[in-house]
Design a protein around this ligand. Structure first.
Ligand code: AMP
Ligand code: GLY
Length: 424
């Protein structure tokens, strides 16, 4: 088969790495890809939002299956476009991807279908939003309704901070149109988990459990990022929590989307908050998490291509996914300043040494080749991912990889996976 992966981050490098191992894959492309995907696939210089060019490429190259990594092309309707042209594609339609594209829609869905979630209000009017904050008190959470690359959520410790965030968003200063509507919700405490399933809209196959690290600094301090590291399995997802997540969150969400006339196909990612054996739904994403995808795919034993193809064909019946018993940990190495302004173009040293380590794979995200040398070209630059017999071993192995690699101002968290260890 000829397969096209859309995207150019660490998640897409992991998808390319996994798909390249399938005996079903004859030829693999990645658009736009990155220097990491270029070692396993042919990179095509088309951006993820250039839907017409992607369609033209897929048609003229007789692509048998397209796999979409990021949310933006899904929200723009790439799945609808490809399907209307008779092409097979893995991912939700535009209407289904709205579960991620609008936090207000997603919260209303949760309320309508009785999913456990934080109390909230949705506002476009500043004075109503201000009154809600005044009534609710702090800490309180302010969210831009639309897509904001994982950065549109402000955990406000004081009412003033919340009011500033609300004003910034509603005025369009922060996040542009994505912030013209806000969700304001109750602050939840507990431990987070990323619960991903793959579905054809009826059958649901849960993926292995995972945990992300959203805050930029150790100890979950500092502003939220797209994710600074992830590991799998996540012991916070006990067998009981797993069952509750399936019954209380994923099944009603997928059935609810069908009932709303938005049948859901693809990866559905539920962000969960777990406390005292109960869970609440924080959000839904319409795709693999980045960086959760990196450790998850390293642990996936089954060939992923038949599963992706079955979803694109609309029927997962009879399929299952097997997992390696090992644990996997991904440590994100980021540019100085991320998630704020960051510098690009710094030469990255030590990639060769890290590649020599057994059980370590360095997934590229924001990198580029300049004068024959790999340089930084984004906020999240690399995802150093390792397998180990235990989470502890995988952590040690991943940080051995990290220790090989450097560039001026590199930053990474030194506590990825520690929460898992605290549970043993
Ligand atoms: P979201 O994109 O809605 O998942 O929010 C991003 C991150 O913000 C989550 O992964 C949490 O770390 C945090 N967060 C979101 N909503 C809440 C909440 N109601 N209470 C506490 N933390 C939250
Ligand atoms: N790592 C969180 C996300 O992909 O949204």
């Amino acid at each position: 088969m000829k397969i096209l992966v859309i995207g150019g981050g660490g998640r897409e490098h992991a998808l390319v790495w996994k798909i390249a191992q399938s005996p079903l894959t004859d030829k693999l492309y990645c658009a736009p890809g990155n220097p990491g995907t270029a070692t396993l696939a042919e990179n095509i210089a088309i951006r993820v939002d250039e839907l017409d060019k992607l369609l033209e490429f897929a048609r003229s190259n007789s692509i048998d299956l397209t796999v979409v990594g990021p949310e933006q092309p899904l929200s723009l309707g790439i799945v609808d476009l490809f399907e209307a042209n008779g092409l097979k594609i893995f991912g939700p339609s535009r209407d289904a991807a709205y579960i991620e594209g609008s936090k207000a829609f997603s919260k209303d869905l949760m309320r309508k279908y009785n999913l456990p979630t934080a109390a909230y209000g949705v506002f476009t009017d500043l004075s109503e939003a201000e009154a809600f904050v005044a009534r609710s008190g702090a800490p309180i959470v302010v969210k831009a309704d639309g897509l904001a690359a994982g950065k549109g959520v402000i955990i406000a410790q004081t009412k003033d901070e919340a009011l500033d965030a609300v004003r910034d968003m509603l005025s369009g200063n922060a996040f542009g149109a994505a912030g013209s509507r806000v969700v304001i919700e109750e602050f939840l405490t507990g431990e987070e988990a990323s619960f991903l399933v793959i579905t054809d809209g009826k059958n649901i196959i849960p993926l292995a459990s995972a945990q992300d690290h959203k805050a930029v600094f150790d100890g979950d301090l500092g502003p939220n990022t797209g994710g600074m590291g992830a590991y799998s399995p996540a012991p916070v997802v006990t067998a009981d929590i797993h069952d509750k997540a399936m019954q209380q969150v994923l099944r009603p969400a997928i059935d609810g989307m069908a009932a709303e006339g938005r049948p859901y196909r693809g990866i559905l990612y539920a962000g969960l908050m777990v406390k005292d054996g109960e869970l609440k739904t924080l959000e839904f994403n319409a795709r693999f998490g980045d960086p959760e995808c990196q450790p998850l795919l390293m642990r996936m034993k089954s060939d992923i291509v038949p599963v992706l193809l079955a979803v694109a064909n609309g029927d997962l019946t009879g399929l299952d996914i097997e997992w390696h018993d090992k644990a996997a940990v991904c440590v994100v190495m980021a540019a100085a300043g991320y998630p704020g302004d960051y510098r690009k173009g710094d030469a990255i040293d030590g990639l060769d040494q890290a590649d020599k380590l057994d059980d370590v794979y360095v997934f590229h995200a924001g990198t580029a080749i300049k004068d024959g040398k790999c340089v930084t070209n984004g906020g999240r630059v690399l995802g150093v991912t390792a397998l180990g017999n235990t989470v502890k071993e995988a952590i040690d192995e991943a940080y051995r990889g990290v220790a090989c690699i450097s560039w001026p101002g590199v930053q990474y968290r030194s506590d990825i996976g520690r929460k898992a260890l605290n549970r043993f």
